[in-house]
Design a protein around this ligand. Structure first.
Ligand SMILES: [Zn+2]
Length: 148
């Protein structure tokens, strides 16, 4: 009887352990899905700063993710309709939603295809997502984002 109880206890311990592992994995997956706003909240104590949607103040990207492309962070371009844009490049913009198929025509960065990047919160058009093979970056319209 004593032996059987020990066996049962052992079995219970093992199943507890397995559940514990599964829960941890689930938490890790949840971490991948966390929004930039949650990261902003978590980062409130360190000195990370962010850029925000100028319309709805949704956190869009980290200041630290500002990137130089072709020798400069910011670029002046005009689209085929003649509309001018002043964009800044970022390595990532978790607060954006990417939409549309990648388009090679009329790209501002040779070799890179572009897709639309909009605010995930208010859907304002904030810029473009540029991709080439495994490389990507964002070009955000600077007067549609704001700093802290
Ligand atoms: Zn917005």
């Amino acid at each position: 009887m004593l032996v059987k109880e020990s066996m049962d206890k052992l079995a219970n311990d093992q199943s507890d352990t397995m559940i514990g592992v599964l829960d941890e994995e689930r938490q890790d997956l949840g971490g991948l899905e966390s929004t930039l706003q949650e990261i902003v909240d978590d980062a409130a104590t360190d000195r990370d700063s962010f850029v925000y949607c100028a319309i709805c103040s949704n956190a869009i990207a980290r200041e630290a993710d500002r990137l130089e492309v072709s020798g400069s962070h910011d670029h002046h371009f005009s689209n085929p309709l003649g509309i001018q844009f002043h964009i800044g490049c970022f390595t990532d913009a978790l607060g954006c939603t990417i939409s549309g198929e990648p388009v090679a025509a009329d790209t501002w960065f040779p070799g890179f295809r572009w897709r639309l990047a909009t605010c995930a919160e208010c859907h304002q058009h904030l810029g473009w997502y540029f991709e080439q093979a495994d490389t990507f970056f964002y070009g955000l319209i600077l007067d549609r984002i704001q700093n802290d």
